[in-house]
Write a protein that binds this ligand. Structure first.
Ligand SMILES: Nc1ncnc2c1ncn2[C@@H]1O[C@H](COP(=O)(O)OP(=O)(O)O)[C@@H](O)[C@H]1O
Ligand SMILES: [Mg+2]
Length: 151
């Protein structure tokens, strides 16, 4: 496992960073996003979608749990906040093992369903405009991708 840290000083920086990451993702990739409310998980996801070629506006899917977009590959945006006290399996494997890229906000709430290979991103609030992103790569592929966008 390789860990990387990156500091963002604005919304634009976060989205450009996520866009660069999105451009390097491949079918079947799973990314998890953790961090408090307002940390920037959805903001990050918007940039990610752009990097994946999604043209539609990406909004928080809080009331639907899973939203699907079409970019150069299918893009699945999950927000599993409402599953906090549930151990319900909504058929996550079909998304994780499919031909699309999946990003999961509040991934800690579906810990038992997450695939072993994933990129775990934690966003920490520092001040109004500053965030610290920690990226943990559990596979060689994600390690390479992180190196490319950070170093
Ligand atoms: N550097 C930054 N990166 C991301 N968001 C930021 C940053 N600075 C300020 N923000 C603000 O923080 C908020 C993040 O909200 P959101 O992305 O919806 O968070 P979450 O999905 O984690 O609840 C937005 O209002 C955004 O404008
Ligand atoms: Mg959100």
């Amino acid at each position: 496992m390789a860990t990387f840290e990156w500091k963002s000083s604005s919304v634009e920086e976060t989205q450009t960073f996520a866009e660069n990451l999105g451009q390097r993702l491949t079918p079947g990739d799973v990314l998890t996003l953790e961090g408090d409310l307002g940390a920037g998980k959805t903001t990050f996801t918007k940039g990610l979608g752009k990097g994946l070629g999604v043209k539609r506006t990406i909004n928080s899917p809080t009331f639907t749990i899973i939203k699907e977009y079409q970019g150069r590959v299918p893009f699945y945006h999950m927000d599993v906040y409402r599953l906090e006290d549930s151990d319900e399996d909504l058929g996550f494997d079909e998304y994780f093992n499919g031909e699309g890229v999946t990003v999961v906000e509040w991934a800690q709430f579906i810990q038992e369903f997450l695939p072993k290979d994933r990129l775990e991103i934690t966003i920490r609030y520092l001040d109004d405009v500053t965030r610290i992103l920690t990226l943990k790569a559990t596979s060689e592929h994600f390690k390479e991708v992180c190196k490319e966008i950070i170093e």
